[in-house]
Design a binder for this molecule. Structure first.
Ligand SMILES: *[C@@H]1O[C@H](CO)[C@@H](O)[C@H](O)[C@H]1NC(C)=O
Ligand SMILES: *[C@@H]1O[C@H](CO)[C@@H](O)[C@H](O)[C@H]1NC(C)=O
Ligand SMILES: *[C@@H]1O[C@H](CO)[C@@H](O)[C@H](O)[C@H]1NC(C)=O
Ligand SMILES: *[C@@H]1O[C@H](CO)[C@@H](O)[C@H](O)[C@H]1NC(C)=O
Ligand SMILES: *[C@@H]1O[C@H](CO)[C@@H](O)[C@H](O)[C@H]1NC(C)=O
Ligand SMILES: *[C@@H]1O[C@H](CO)[C@@H](O)[C@H](O)[C@H]1NC(C)=O
Ligand SMILES: *[C@@H]1O[C@H](CO)[C@@H](O)[C@H](O)[C@H]1NC(C)=O
Ligand SMILES: *[C@@H]1O[C@H](CO)[C@@H](O)[C@H](O)[C@H]1NC(C)=O
Length: 869
């Protein structure tokens, strides 16, 4: 079951897992003795993709006769490596591991779970508790429910356990007694000694009270490198922690700006803060509010986290000031759960000088009232202190859960959303019929055509109609069931006189989150805005229906997507789409403004994109040719949007239909990724129509997707590679009128690239206008995207990085966009109170330090986004 599920709609993996994480331990820098890194159920040692060795767990079992080893039946494409996830140890009765540890040292326990079918066992029958030295780490735990709710393929739990005194550590797996047929399992266990880095934390709201963290065991809820990149375990300072990027947790549209220490400033640990606390990577990046004091005064830089109620949490803030140098330059208040945790925080005052890390711990109790399963963290300038700059800063954040008085750390499993479960069930039905009844024919036809050099576009079209027809015979709902995966925009909070939904049909099923963020339009408003769906207002047609240009609020242009009554999109898909879109927001995604569900109409209202699709500016057009810089900037914008879909949202979202008609341009030429065709070119070979059923368009399809029928975000990377060549060569991805070897742009461009003759096929309008280094970087990147195997393709983040680099290479030195950090400071922080006019579109490059683009640790061009809002 899981396997099918994962194949066809493994679109969303919780952001914590998607970084292709592995927990590698850099042995040479490991200063703490006796770590245990065990691959459960493995007969011999194995190595993960970072080269970290995982040993067999067998000799640490206290009784080898009450457990057995098993191998997962299915390898989810999002697993970072087979070790330790593909083998497991299954426990059908209480069983323990015993380790000898230092009696005086705390240690991390990390548990790895991959809920998959193991021999004949159903993953949903795994329900168990885990105890360690008298602490309950997990209870009534279902790894499959948790994975489903978080849309993760695998789960890692980290705990910090107080010193054992006896020198023994026993970890017990205990199958649930409440669930008939329950079993326990584990894929990986790590026991890593650690220094005691916890002390007292002041209790928020009680100025004179503190919580003694020292004597408690903890669960790590979250660990973020704020404003910085993912830090894998082997880049941590010896404690093999993983630090994630913070952007998925930012609340609201105010993202602030990120920055990075410039290469002249050295960050140095102090006596109080050593590398145990956090690695230098964490302290050398930060998020702050932005250069505009007026804006900063009016918003809070806010993050929101999911926690379990009825526990005490310690929130650890990591700071390091590398821009300001004096006291009272940047002073701010810290709020935790809307209460003041710290007034007038001044990092320089705490640290003594610039470039010195500090951290602060605050404790808060999450009671059991409504909304207490969320933990809010917010920063706001301390205006009353009259600091020189109205701003705030944060470099890192960790949240730890403390054991309660019964030595318990276990919370309830997260609950998968009902809507998601329903959508999954439908997708699964479709997947079954697709995989089992039609797959042979479909795979052969499609594989034959797409896998090799594309023979003829007409044949492709015919094949698809055939497949589609066959599918429709089975079950009328199945074709549409993938529609909900189509994520093409985001919502933003309503503006003006919006009617926040509460009465519509859809809203009764929508979560309060979606309903609150998404505006509900009445049908009469929509009819009025589109002149009663006048044909003269149609700007696009697709399998789903028509797209109209509309006006709302007496003048704001919008795109109105009206579902065809005969369209296969059902009410549930429609609601699911709203639900999902309302969770996504990004400057480079087309935004959903609202919806209308009335009289059987299903209408979505999006931002209007004045400049249409990218394709219509590339070829077969009367429009003026885009300059190389414009093209590059559009590619960078689209890459940002996709990167956000892959990693930035709470879920990983695979677009599945990346192409130049799904990259739209607004009036300021900002690229926005979308999924509805605003300007389709005729019904002859209606690719978009096809694509609503079997996602993906010919010419852009990842060959590996067909070979293995496994969808990963690397399929989008492949399609994006085709887009890059399309932009460079200004020709369609498929052009059946060309000689056979040239029909497919992907194949032809790769052929020319390999033979070093790519320059011959680039857009004549560009010839002589591209800096050769810039061109090389661009084509190398596109080539890597088109690698045959997903694993060889870069991530969207790497693609973005390389394109930004290419843009820098293409820049004239005189253009002067590259400024030093001090100049940035002078220019963007004028005397306090002054309002600065930075062009919304401008992006300042703070510092560049470019080494090896393949090395994730490399410091690279730090882009300051548009203003903080
Ligand atoms: C080991 O487990 C088996 C099966 O649960 C049990 O019969 C046996 O008594 C156990 N041995 C010890 C030494 O606890
Ligand atoms: C297994 O452990 C649990 C929790 O400690 C306990 O409640 C249960 O009785 C144990 N089962 C057996 C068969 O010992
Ligand atoms: C254990 O979890 C299941 C669902 O996973 C739930 O139905 C049940 O109520 C839970 N039991 C307890 C005692 O929490
Ligand atoms: C799950 O456990 C129940 C109770 O023992 C059993 O009837 C059922 O067959 C199990 N499911 C699978 C797929 O093994
Ligand atoms: C800092 O930048 C300069 C040039 O801007 C470079 O020569 C130097 O190697 C860099 N230092 C480090 C430590 O990377
Ligand atoms: C904090 O305030 C926000 C609104 O600003 C609210 O939605 C949230 O529930 C509050 N959180 C707590 C824990 O009170
Ligand atoms: C910032 O958050 C605090 C605490 O929730 C709240 O009192 C304050 O009004 C917020 N300020 C702004 C500008 O939103
Ligand atoms: C956690 O457990 C320890 C050991 O029982 C206890 O001393 C401590 O008070 C507990 N922590 C909290 C916050 O209750």
């Amino acid at each position: 079951m899981i396997s099918i599920t994962q194949i066809l709609y493994s679109i969303i993996f919780f952001s914590l897992t998607l970084n292709n994480t592995i927990h590698a331990l850099s042995q040479k820098t490991q200063p703490y003795p006796v770590s245990y890194v065990l691959s459960c159920g493995a007969s011999s040692h194995g190595t993960d993709e970072n080269g970290r060795r995982w040993k067999s767990d067998a000799r640490f079992l206290t009784n080898s006769s009450n457990s057995r080893t098993a191998t997962a039946q299915y390898q989810d494409p999002s697993l970072p490596s087979t070790t330790p996830y593909m083998t497991a140890r299954i426990f059908t009765s209480n069983s323990s591991y015993k380790f000898s540890v230092s009696p005086k040292q705390r240690f991390w326990i990390r548990l790895h779970f991959y809920p998959a079918p193991y021999s004949s066992l159903d993953p949903s029958n795994a329900s168990f508790a885990v105890f360690a030295n008298g602490f309950t780490l997990l209870n009534n735990f279902s790894a499959s429910t948790t994975a489903q709710a978080l849309t993760q393929a695998y789960i890692i739990r980290e705990f910090s356990i107080v010193p054992s005194q006896s020198g023994d550590l026993s970890i017990t797996f205990s199958p649930s007694t409440q669930h008939k047929g329950a079993y326990a399992f584990a894929n990986g266990i790590e026991v890593i000694p650690m220094p005691d880095i916890f002390n007292a934390a002041s209790l928020v709201g009680f100025s004179d009270q503190s919580v003694d963290v020292h004597s408690s065991s903890l669960q790590t809820m979250l660990r973020l490198n704020v404003g910085g990149q993912y830090v894998p375990p082997n880049k941590d300072s010896g404690l093999t922690r993983t630090w994630y990027n913070d952007s998925p947790y930012l609340f609201g549209a105010a993202f602030g700006v990120t920055s990075q220490v410039d290469n002249n400033t050295k960050i140095e640990y102090s006596r109080d803060v050593k590398e145990d606390i956090a690695p230098l990577n964490v302290y050398s990046t930060a998020r702050s509010m932005g250069p505009d004091p007026k804006i900063n005064e009016n918003y809070n830089l806010t993050w929101v986290f999911q926690v379990d109620a009825k526990f005490t949490y310690v929130v650890r803030f990591h700071f390091c000031e590398y821009v300001m140098t004096k006291i009272n330059q940047r002073v701010f208040d810290i709020f935790v759960n809307n209460q003041t945790a710290q007034q007038s925080a001044d990092v320089i005052a705490w640290a003594g000088s610039s470039g010195v890390p500090v951290y602060k711990d605050y404790a808060i109790y999450a009671s059991d009232r409504d909304g207490d399963d969320k933990l809010w963290v917010a920063l706001h300038p301390s205006v009353s202190m009259r600091p020189e700059y109205y701003d705030s800063i944060l470099n890192g954040l960790e949240i730890f859960k403390l054991n309660d008085t019964t030595r318990n750390l276990a919370g309830p499993d997260p609950v998968p959303s009902a809507m998601m479960l329903e959508a999954e069930a439908r997708a699964e039905a479709a997947a079954k019929s697709y995989t089992f009844s039609d797959s042979n024919i479909a795979a052969r036809v499609i594989g034959g055509v797409v896998g090799g050099v594309v023979g003829c576009a007409i044949v492709v079209g015919a094949a698809f109609i055939y497949v589609t027809k066959m599918k429709s015979k089975d079950n009328s709902s199945q074709c549409s069931s993938t529609t909900w995966l189509t994520l093409n925009g985001y919502s933003h909070t309503s503006t003006g006189k919006s009617t926040v939904s509460g009465r519509s049909n859809a809203s009764s099923h929508l979560s309060s989150l979606a309903a609150g963020r998404c505006r509900h339009f009445s049908l009469s408003e929509i009819r009025h805005g589109t002149e009663d769906f006048s044909e003269s207002k149609v700007i696009g047609v697709g399998g789903f229906g028509k797209v109209y240009e509309g006006l709302i609020d007496g003048g704001t242009k919008v795109a109105v997507k009206r579902s065809n009554p005969s369209s296969e999109q059902g009410v549930h898909e429609f609601e699911t789409e709203i639900e999902m879109l309302s969770r996504l927001r990004h400057r480079h995604l087309v935004s959903l403004i609202g919806y209308c569900e009335e009289d059987g109409e299903m209408i979505l209202v999006y931002d209007y994109m004045a400049n249409g699709t990218l394709r219509e500016h590339l070829y077969k057009t009367k429009k003026p040719a885009l300059s190389w810089k414009q093209r590059l900037e559009i590619c960078i914008g689209a890459a940002r949007g996709l990167h956000y879909l892959h990693t930035g949202a709470r879920y990983t979202i695979i677009h599945r239909d990346v192409k130049t008609t799904n990259i739209l341009l607004d009036d300021k030429w900002v690229a926005k990724v979308s999924d509805f065709g605003l300007s389709l070119t005729g019904p002859t070979l209606n690719q978009t129509h096809v694509s609503t059923k079997v996602k993906g368009s010919f010419g852009y399809l990842d060959p590996e997707y067909f070979r293995r029928q496994q969808l990963t975000e690397k399929s989008d990377v492949y399609s994006f590679g085709v887009v890059l060549f399309e932009v460079l060569c200004a020709r369609p991805a498929l052009n059946a009128s060309l000689p056979k070897e040239q029909v497919s742009l992907a194949d032809w461009a790769m052929h020319c690239q390999k033979r070093g003759i790519l320059e011959e096929i680039i857009d004549p309008q560009l010839k002589g206008h591209i800096n050769p280094e810039c061109l090389k970087k661009f084509t190398d990147t596109a080539e890597k995207c088109l690698s045959d195997h997903g694993i060889d393709r870069p991530s969207m983040g790497d693609v973005l990085w390389n394109l930004e680099f290419a843009l820098q290479l293409g820049k004239n030195p005189e253009e002067g966009n590259v400024v030093s950090e001090n100049k940035y400071l002078r220019d963007t922080y004028p005397t306090h109170g002054a309002l600065l006019n930075i062009d919304e579109e401008s992006e300042l490059v703070l510092s560049e330090e470019i080494d090896d683009p393949d090395n994730p640790d490399t410091v690279f061009s730090q882009i300051v986004n548009q203003r903080g809002r």
